[in-house]
Design a protein around this ligand. Structure first.
Ligand code: ZN
Length: 160
C-alpha cells in the first residue's frame, strides 16, 4: 500500500522511534534498511512504500551536527586535562569520530525517512489548508531537505 493511501497512523514520534531501531516506521515489524544505508522499496510486513522517500543530505547534516558536538568538546577537554601523548590523540579522536559517524548515520537517515513518511512531505499532493505555506515555501526552496526541515518544524509547531 502506498503511503498516500495508507490507513496506518502517521504520528511522527512513534514513527521516528520505530525507524531508529531499523524497523518500518509504519508498522514497526518489517525492516527499514536492506543494507547499511539502503532503504527497502516496500516493507515486507505491511507493504508501505519507501523507495521514493529521499532523505538527501539531511542524515549527513544531522550526523555531523551530533558527532561534532560530541567529539570536539570531548577532545578539547581531554587534551587540556590529561596531556596525552600525541600518538594517542591522533589515534583516539579520529577513531571515535569514525565510530560515532558509522553508528549515527543510519539512525539519522531513519529519522528523516520516518519524518518524511509520517508527514507525507515528498511526492504527495498537499491538499490540506495547513499545507499552503509549505507549497509556497517549496516553490522557492532549492533543496528538498530544506523543505523537509521546514515541514518538520511546522509539524512540531502545530502539534504543540
Ligand atoms: Zn511496515
Amino acid at each position: 500500500m502506498s503511503a498516500s493511501g495508507s490507513h496506518l497512523p502517521t504520528r511522527i514520534w512513534p514513527a521516528i522511534a520505530r525507524a531508529m531501531t531499523g524497523k518500518c516506521p509504519a508498522c514497526g515489524r518489517g525492516k527499514l534498511f536492506r543494507g547499511y544505508l539502503h532503504q527497502v522499496e516496500n516493507c515486507t510486513s505491511c507493504g508501505e512504500h519507501y523507495g521514493k522517500t529521499h532523505a538527501d543530505d539531511g542524515p549527513a547534516w544531522l550526523t555531523i551536527l551530533v558527532v561534532g558536538h560530541l567529539v570536539v568538546p570531548s577532545a578539547l577537554y581531554a587534551e587540556t586535562t590529561f596531556r596525552w601523548p600525541l600518538w594517542v590523540s591522533i589515534t583516539v579522536w579520529p577513531l571515535a569520530a569514525a565510530a560515532l559517524t558509522l553508528t549515527i548515520l543510519p539512525r539519522a537517515k531513519a529519522v528523516f525517512i520516518a519524518a518524511i513518511w509520517a508527514m507525507k512531505a515528498l511526492g504527495f499532493p498537499m491538499n490540506r489548508p495547513e499545507d499552503r505555506i509549505c507549497r509556497v515555501f517549496v516553490r522557492g526552496a532549492r533543496y528538498r531537505e530544506a523543505y523537509s526541515l521546514f515541514c518538520i518544524a511546522r509539524h512540531i509547531a502545530l502539534k504543540s
